[in-house]
Write a protein that binds this ligand. Structure first.
Ligand code: GUE
Length: 347
């Protein structure tokens, strides 16, 4: 019995990680006392309860994203037939990070699949900020471009703020411009664009008929591109929102109160089954590589949340991959379409 319980947990340790290493790593990441991370008797009770109910629903982001791409395809052709306008997205990639190149390639493929034009600028790692700004201003002035995305992260010698501020707010399909974020935060105002990843999270909840109003939501992580805007969006949807971050004391206690958890920290399997309230809904934004000798690539991708544990205690969980990731790209296409419709007054 005891060994099978332990086995359940061991799924969520990456193969090279010992449990004591994990505990001290968590301790550092979340700033909690090590005692609070010990496997307590209540943890064991939770695991037992989890074993009785393994009926959690998998939230299929890949399928929902496909459905949204089909809707966008229809809208793009309706617009083209009525106005002759084809929405266009320009992507600026600086440097040759492998992951960034993959993301950009996927975005381009997604554009093609729905009939959106895609333009791409590939600049060398050692480009100057001015060169990037020149591309942005070219796209700002190009009427065939309705959305501009500067792939992040930028090389460290560039000032991300200067560059993101240069994107015309009408073409800011990432929703990263401070004026867009400011409007997102204010009651009675609306941003021109909502950031893609948080928008994808909320869209998944809507499409699965998961109500947000009046619920307790916890966002784990406070980044400008995911955590912070996700918290603002949940609040706009009338949730009561807490944000847990690396300086939060007793994060588990706060997370355990949540009906809805959005995790965006980037730490593999950090959120354990015992941190989750039975019946909670989990949206896992993390995409973390961990060693996997069984995979041809030598690694596999896992979320921030220990999936094998979460699926037993939650009512619905997004997988990684196949959860939020595909939704991010679908929302980028949607924002590009929205932008093109707006400039051409097409409803
Ligand atoms: N300006 C900017 N805007 C972004 O939106 C942006 C960015 N920079 N920099 C990097 C992050 C990351 N990101 C992802 C998009 C799609 C998947 C995705 O589709 N993932 C799939 C496939 C995963 C795989 O197998 O590689 C999945 O989760 O199923 C993942 C990650 C957008 N980002």
């Amino acid at each position: 019995m005891a060994s099978s319980l332990f086995f359940t947990h061991s799924h969520c340790y990456s193969s090279s990680t010992s449990s004591s290493y994990l505990v001290s790593r968590l301790h550092r990441q979340l700033g909690v006392a090590p005692t609070s991370l010990r496997l307590s008797s209540s943890h064991v009770v939770n695991v037992a309860a989890m074993a009785m109910d393994s009926s959690a629903k998998v939230i299929d982001g890949k399928a929902v994203a496909k459905q949204i791409r089909d809707e966008i395809t229809a809208e793009v052709s309706r617009m083209r037939e009525a106005t002759g306008v084809i929405p266009g997205l320009a992507v600026i990639l600086v440097g040759d990070r492998k992951d960034s190149a993959t993301y950009v390639r996927n975005k381009k493929k997604a554009c093609e699949s729905v009939g959106i034009n895609s333009l791409e600028a590939n600049l060398p790692e050692d480009s100057t900020e001015e060169e990037v700004l020149n591309y942005i201003s070219g796209y700002n002035d190009d009427p065939s471009v309705h959305g501009i995305l500067v792939q992040l992260p930028l090389p460290s010698h560039m000032n991300e703020q200067n560059i993101l501020n240069a994107v015309r707010i009408e073409k800011d399909v990432d929703g990263f411009h401070p004026l867009n974020i400011g409007r997102l935060a204010m009651r009675g105002r609306d941003p021109l664009f909502v950031p893609c990843t948080p928008k994808g999270c909320i869209e998944l909840l809507h499409r699965y008929n998961i109500s947000i109003k009046g619920k307790r939501a916890v966002v784990i992580g406070r980044s400008n591109i995911v955590g912070m805007p996700a918290a603002l969006l949940l609040q706009r949807e009338d949730a009561t929102v807490s944000i847990v971050h690396s300086r939060t004391s007793n994060p588990e206690e706060i997370i355990r109160q949540a009906d809805i958890i959005i995790s965006a920290v980037g730490k593999a399997n950090m959120v354990r089954g015992s941190w989750i309230k039975p019946g909670a809904v989990i949206i896992d934004v993390g995409i973390n590589p961990v060693d996997d000798p069984h995979s041809p690539r030598g690694y596999k991708l896992v979320g921030d949340v220990c999936y094998e544990e979460a699926i037993k205690v939650a009512s619905a969980v997004t997988p990684v991959p196949g959860g939020v990731g595909p939704m991010t790209i679908a929302m980028l296409l949607q924002n590009t379409l929205i932008s093109a419709k707006r400039v051409h007054n097409f409803e």
